[in-house]
Each structure stands twice: as structure tokens, then as C-alpha cells.
Design a binder for this molecule. Structure first.
Ligand SMILES: Cc1cc2nc3c(=O)[nH]c(=O)nc-3n(C[C@H](O)[C@H](O)[C@H](O)COP(=O)(O)OP(=O)(O)OC[C@H]3O[C@@H](n4cnc5c(N)ncnc54)[C@H](O)[C@@H]3O)c2cc1C
Length: 546
């Protein structure tokens, strides 16, 4: 239902990447929303660097994918992952990764993975959000309390500078307020998993030309490996002068006790000219919220899932939450969403959160591969043999995390969702995270293919539902279109006469949701068009077969 007069349809708490993505998705759909963020939007401690391919696909939809892929990071900077004892020490192994200039989208996507650190990505999202007239961003504004009832949520906000308080009425509250989520705690929703795996220190530093002090060449990641195993990773932030060293400790480690200058010198293996900019302490956890919301309050991003940063999945999973929530909230605002639609958010996104956490843990295990590292520094033939073996093991296992893990980012599915119509058993998850088989099986991401006019099939999806008809002799869909119109569900019917794409999609009719996931497919129209339309818009209390 549209929000009552004087009510903001959606209030978003938290202006991190996930809250901003919810604002962009709602703004793109013309849904009025207010985002409140207690900070001023500046980012001192950039956490996220790896923007996943699905996130870049969403940025394509929002109109700024090019800026995410090519924001000023040098196009000829190699992204190799290099295992070293120090920058001036032994090279143990190397996973080759191409430069931006050499990278091309894989066959399954119009986009590609991007290195876009949070200090670039968040401002891009904020600028996009501000560009939509229906979005308001308020910084230095804190959510202090909220109370939910059947029609909406009453929220108390406090302006941080003036201490002025005001009450605001919202149709829905979306909390993207991070791991310590006040909203989640107020709802009494617990998180299950491992609250502490280990701790690390994030050291941001600046140096005029790091590549000049060693012989390994520029790289996307150096993994510093000593007799105790991998102990730190060093990654470029801007490809010029800014770097981040992440030093790993144990569960009981006090990251405050670290001497950041000494850690940077230890990683380099020599002294050099550099300036420490920031030191952030991090705790690696693996936790998923027991519920993704309550009534008219929904939780997204780190508020509901936290995982080790290995593989760069935290924010990217939160962006998936934002997109799932976005179209459903728009459907409710526009009046075509059914009573069960919002509940399907948890059905779909909680398993995706669990899946990402599991993969992050596997990546952490790959990173800390067990091996005998004790002779890694020995200047003996045995030491050389140990280095070769360690390098081989580390490169072999970590390739699965760092060498375009397409299935990790594109392969999450909504099998079992009450608003998707199952069509036999879902395709199995491949053993190798780099292999992603496109499929039109309901619940999964609809396949990408290039159309004759140069667009991607993905460019057809988004504003409403899209019903693809393959071939000029594809069955008529008049009854489905009529049922959609009767329920005010926005539906575009697109006929594609491109045989290769028809083969890829495997059915004559495929119904794609606004988030680009397949809702239903068949070779003939459903026997009950209204039942299908009501199912995919969340209006059936107990979904039946179609
Ligand atoms: C070292 C490190 C590296 C990482 N690398 C990657 C990576 O490469 N790729 C990736 O996908 N993920 C990565 N992550 C994870 C990623 O940083 C997080 O998943 C992401 O920042 C979560 O975004 P969020 O918007 O949910 O929460 P946050 O970024 O935590 O934002 C929450 C916001 O809510 C605001 N807030 C909280 N309470 C209130 C309130 N009451 N009122 C108003 N505002 C409030 C806070 O000020 C904050 O700005 C990494 C994490 C770490 C620690």
C-alpha cells in the first residue's frame, strides 16, 4: 500500500555502502525515501576494495558501472597475487591477474570484477542517490528509537550537531546500521555463529613509490609469509601512493599493541620513506542474524551477516540484500506487492548470507593453508624446496578465491522461495568456484547474452517483470499480460528471435523478476495466469503448483 500522507514510504538507517545501495535502488524506482547516517560520510578506514561482478552488474543498471571499473586506478597496474617472505625477500608463488586494460568481461556477464575501494565506491553511490529526486540523504543524523505498528514505524531522529530531536513516520524502516545494529538489538534478534575467529590490524600508509624499493613489481596483493605462515597482506588502494597492510593476529591478540611502522618495515624487509595514515582494528567473525527483520522493519548488510573479508564478500552480499529489498519495497509502495512479498526477503536473502559466510570461511582456510613453513627462510637446498612446495600449495588453493570466482558471486539462488516456481531440482553447485554455468532455472540469475543490437539481456530487466518469448512461434501470452495488468504488476513482454539465446534460456517463455532472477519458465503459458501472477507478487498465502 502507498504510504499515508505525511509518511515517508521508506526510512533507511545507515549510510554505509548497503544503506546507500538501498537508497539508489529505491531512487531508481522513484520511491521516496530518507536515509539517515550518524557520521559525515567521510571514510577514514577503507575496508572494502573488491567490488564483485554482480555488484558491478547492478551499478550498470544504476548507470555508473564505468566509473566503478575505471575511476583513476592505473589501467596498466598488474593485479597479481604474489606470495613473498618480504617485498625484498623470496617470491614463493604468483597467481597472475590481468590489469584493467587487459581485463574483459567473461562470457557470462556484460561486466567484470572491479577494484573500487570504499572511499571511491561509497561516494559514487551517494552521488547516484542524490541524483534521484525521491531520495534525501541526511548526514550527522542519528536514529535514536523506533516503534512499529500495523501501518508503519514511528522513528525518533537526533541531529548530531544541534542535538535537535524530531519524530518521523515511515511506512517501512530498513536498517543498514552495521554489525553493532541498534535496530537488530532493539528487535531482540540474535546472531548465530562465531563471534571471534581472529583479530587483525588495518594499516593505511602512503609512500611515494613502493615499487621502487623492491624487485617484485606492482601487484594487486602481496601475501607476507614467514616461518609461522601467512601473517599479513598488502594491497594497493589507489595504485599510486596509498597502500593497506592487514596484519593478522590470533583470537586473543590485542591489535592495539602492534607497532604499525615496525609492521610496514617488516613487510617490506627494509626501511623506506612512508607515512602512516590510519590504523583500524578488526575482528574476523562469521555470524548470521536469526531473522532478517520483523513486521515493517528489515535488516540488511552487516546488520545481518558478518564474515571474514577473505574473497571480498561482505559488502557484495549486502548489495544483493539491497536489490532484493528495493524492488519489493517499490512493489508495496506502488500497490502491486502481495501480503507475503516482504516476508520472502528473509526466505531469499538469509540463505544467500549463509552461503557467503561459508565461502568466506573456505577462503580464510585457503589463505591460512596448513603447511610446514618453518624452513621458508632457510638459505639451503631444503629451504629452496620448502619454498617451492609452499608456493605451489598457496597458489593452487587460493586461485579458487582470487582468480575470478564467478560462481561465488553469480551463483546464489532463491530455490525454495515462495515467490519462485520450482522447475525440478536446481543445478548443482560446481566444485570449483570459478566455474559458473548460466541457467534459466527459476530462482537463479537470468543468463546474460549479447543481443544483436549490442545490449545485454540483463539490460532488459529491472523496472518491472520481464516476460521473455523465444522465437516468432513462441506461445501467445495475452492471458498472462491481462492478469498482470489486472493486478497492476508492471510487465514487459519481449520477443527475442535469436536462436543461441533461445537455447541458453532453454524454454519458450521465461519470466524474469525486477532483480534479474528467474521467477518461472515454461514452454506453454501457465494454466492459471492469475495464480502465477499472484504467486510471483507474493499474494498467495500458500503457494500452490503452477
Ligand atoms: C578489512 C576489511 C576488508 C573488507 N573488504 C571487503 C571487500 O573487498 N569486498 C566486500 O564486499 N566487503 C569487504 N568487507 C566487508 C565490508 O566492508 C562490509 O560488509 C560493509 O562495509 C558493510 O556495509 P554496511 O553498509 O552493511 O555497514 P557499515 O559499512 O558498517 O555501515 C553502517 C553505517 O550505519 C551507521 N549507523 C549505525 N547506527 C546508526 C544510527 N543509529 N543512526 C544513523 N546511522 C547509524 C554507521 O555510522 C555506518 O556508517 C571488508 C571488511 C573488512 C573489515
Amino acid at each position: 500500500m502507498a504510504a499515508a500522507e505525511g509518511t515517508i514510504p521508506v526510512l533507511i538507517v545507515g549510510g554505509g555502502p548497503v544503506g546507500l545501495a538501498v537508497a539508489v535502488e529505491l531512487g531508481w524506482r522513484g520511491v521516496p525515501c530518507l536515509l539517515v547516517e550518524q557520521g559525515d560520510g567521510s571514510i577514514a578506514d577503507a575496508k572494502m576494495f573488491a567490488t564483485g561482478i554482480r555488484t558491478v552488474e547492478f551499478c550498470r543498471r544504476w548507470g555508473f558501472a564505468e566509473k566503478v571499473k575505471d575511476w583513476g586506478f592505473p589501467r596498466d597496474f598488474p593485479f597479481d597475487n604474489v606470495f613473498v617472505t618480504t617485498l625484498v625477500g623470496y617470491e614463493l608463488g604468483r597467481i597472475k591477474v590481468p590489469t584493467i586494460a587487459e581485463t574483459h568481461p567473461p562470457a557470462c556477464s556484460p561486466e567484470q570484477f572491479a577494484h573500487c575501494p570504499q572511499f571511491i565506491f561509497d561516494p559514487l553511490l551517494a552521488a547516484a542517490a542524490r541524483g534521484f529526486p525521491s531520495v534525501t540523504l541526511r548526514y550527522r543524523c542519528r536514529l535514536e528509537s523506533f516503534a512499529e505498528d500495523a501501518e508503519g514505524v514511528t522513528v525518533e531522529l537526533r541531529d548530531v550537531a544541534s542535538d535537535r530531536r524530531e519524530r518521523v513516520r515511515a511506512g517501512y524502516l530498513v536498517a543498514c546500521d552495521g554489525f553493532t545494529s541498534f535496530v537488530r538489538k532493539t528487535l531482540g534478534i540474535g546472531m548465530t555463529g562465531r563471534p571471534v575467529i581472529n583479530r587483525s590490524a588495518n594499516i593505511m600508509f602512503r609512500t611515494p613509490n613502493l615499487a621502487a624499493i623492491h624487485d617484485k613489481g606492482n601487484a594487486g596483493r602481496y601475501v607476507l609469509t614467514g616461518p609461522q605462515g601467512p601473517w599479513a597482506s598488502l594491497v594497493p588502494a589507489d595504485g599510486k601512493t596509498l597502500w593497506r597492510l592487514m596484519v593478522h593476529g590470533r583470537e586473543d591478540w590485542d591489535a592495539d599493541s602492534i607497532d604499525p611502522r615496525e609492521a610496514v618495515r617488516r613487510a617490506a624487509g627494509r626501511d623506506f620513506d612512508f607515512q602512516i595514515l590510519n590504523v583500524g582494528n578488526r575482528t574476523r567473525r562469521r555470524m548470521v542474524a536469526d531473522r532478517y527483520g520483523h513486521g515493517r522493519v528489515f535488516l540488511a548488510g552487516d546488520a545481518v551477516h558478518v564474515m571474514p573479508p577473505n574473497g571480498g564478500l561482505g559488502m557484495n552480499t549486502g548489495i544483493g540484500d539491497a536489490v532484493d529489498l528495493g524492488w519489493k519495497l517499490a512493489a508495496m509502495h506502488q500497490g502491486w506487492g502481495g501480503a507475503q512479498l516482504m516476508a520472502s526477503y528473509e526466505d531469499e536473502r538469509r540463505p544467500a548470507g549463509v552461503r557467503a559466510c561459508d565461502e568466506a570461511i573456505r577462503n580464510l582456510e585457503r589463505y591460512s593453508t596448513k603447511a610446514d613453513y618453518s624452513h621458508v627462510l632457510d638459505e639451503t637446498p631444503e629451504g629452496a624446496a620448502a619454498r617451492a612446495e609452499i608456493g605451489r600449495r598457496l597458489t593452487t588453493v587460493n586461485r579458487l578465491a582470487w582468480d575470478s570466482p564467478l560462481n561465488t558471486h553469480l551463483g546464489y539462488r532463491y530455490d525454495g522461495s515462495p515467490i519462485c516456481v520450482a522447475d525440478g531440482p536446481p543445478p548443482p553447485e560446481p566444485e570449483d568456484a570459478r566455474h559458473y554455468d548460466q541457467s534459466s532455472h527459476p530462482g537463479g540469475r537470468a543468463p546474460h547474452a549479447w543481443l544483436a543490437d549490442g545490449r545485454s539481456t540483463l539490460d532488459l530487466f529491472g523496472r518491472g517483470f520481464t516476460l521473455l518469448r523465444f522465437g516468432r512461434d513462441a506461445p501467445g501470452v495475452g492471458a498472462l499480460a491481462d492478469a498482470a495488468a489486472a493486478r497492476r504488476l508492471p510487465l514487459d513482454v519481449v520477443t527475442l528471435d535469436e536462436p543461441e539465446i533461445a537455447t541458453l534460456y532453454a524454454r519458450k517463455l521465461v519470466l524474469v523478476r525486477p532483480d534479474g532472477h528467474v521467477a518461472w519458465r515454461g514452454d506453454a503459458p501457465p494454466s492459471d495466469a492469475f495464480a502465477l501472477i499472484d504467486r510471483v507478487r507474493g499474494a498467495l498465502a500458500t503457494p500452490g503448483p503452477n
